[in-house]
Ligand binder design. Sequence first.
Ligand code: NAD
Length: 260
Amino acid sequence: ELTDRTALVTGGTSGIGLAIAKALAAAGANVMIDGFGEASECEALARSLADEHGIKAAWTGADVSKPDQLANAVDRAETELGPVDILVNNAGVQHVAPVEDFPVEQWDRIIAINLSSAFYATRLVVAGMKERGWGRVINTASAHSLVASPYKSAYVAAKHGLVGFTKTVALETAAHGVTVNCISPGYVWTPLVEKQIPDTMKARGLSREQVIEDVLLKAQPTKAFVTVEQVAAMALFLCSDAASQVTGANISMDGGWTAQ
Ligand code: NAD
């Protein structure tokens, strides 16, 4: 259903971004994955997407906090795959520290990667989307775009800001067949989360189940993780015709976290 569409997915080499890239490729879209990783592995990943789904795919290691590198990534996508119809601004990082100790460099880095990057990329593709009368911009926000947790000032500020950016561009593009939305997951089961479990078990003297339910999923009433496949399915839905009237939205997938 996305045949002949081209997608650029930032943070596409891991976790949620990779799952979204796979879902878009499975639906027939050409995919440029951007993200960090061993070049040979990332290139192999792109090749396997292309081979498995009969689409065009490529990888770029552009740092999304650098506007010129993102511009190169968009150029490459447009030359090698086709005009960017679907932009997934998904790359993101975290740093946890009390505000009085929060390093200025970490603040600037998180604002650049989690917020400014969406502007850097979106501004480059919106004109083409409007011209062609179809486009999808999907921003991975977070439950932290709606509520806060202590010690995550930069992340929470960036994700709240991303929602404001999303609403603004949604209004600017609404009459042109372009939708701009956020998906806001709660805790998603990614390798990143899984790796924290053994250390937390040791540090707090808890069982695996206690760490998952009482520490990680404390805020999530369902006491279950969101899966990357579920987030990818939502992204795919946002690309469908059924979602053409969904724009400027911030869609929660958080097991009830922000209902509290
Ligand atoms: P992840 O660590 O598995 O993936 C992050 C991706 O971003 C990787 O591909 C990495 O290479 C890329 N990346 C990091 N810095 C980059 C940079 N400067 N330039 C280009 N690429 C860069 O994390 P994930 O859990 O899949 O997170 C993806 C998004 O989902 C993030 O925006 C994150 O804030 C958001 N999110 C995650 C969760 C969760 O529980 N995992 C919950 C809510 C929101």
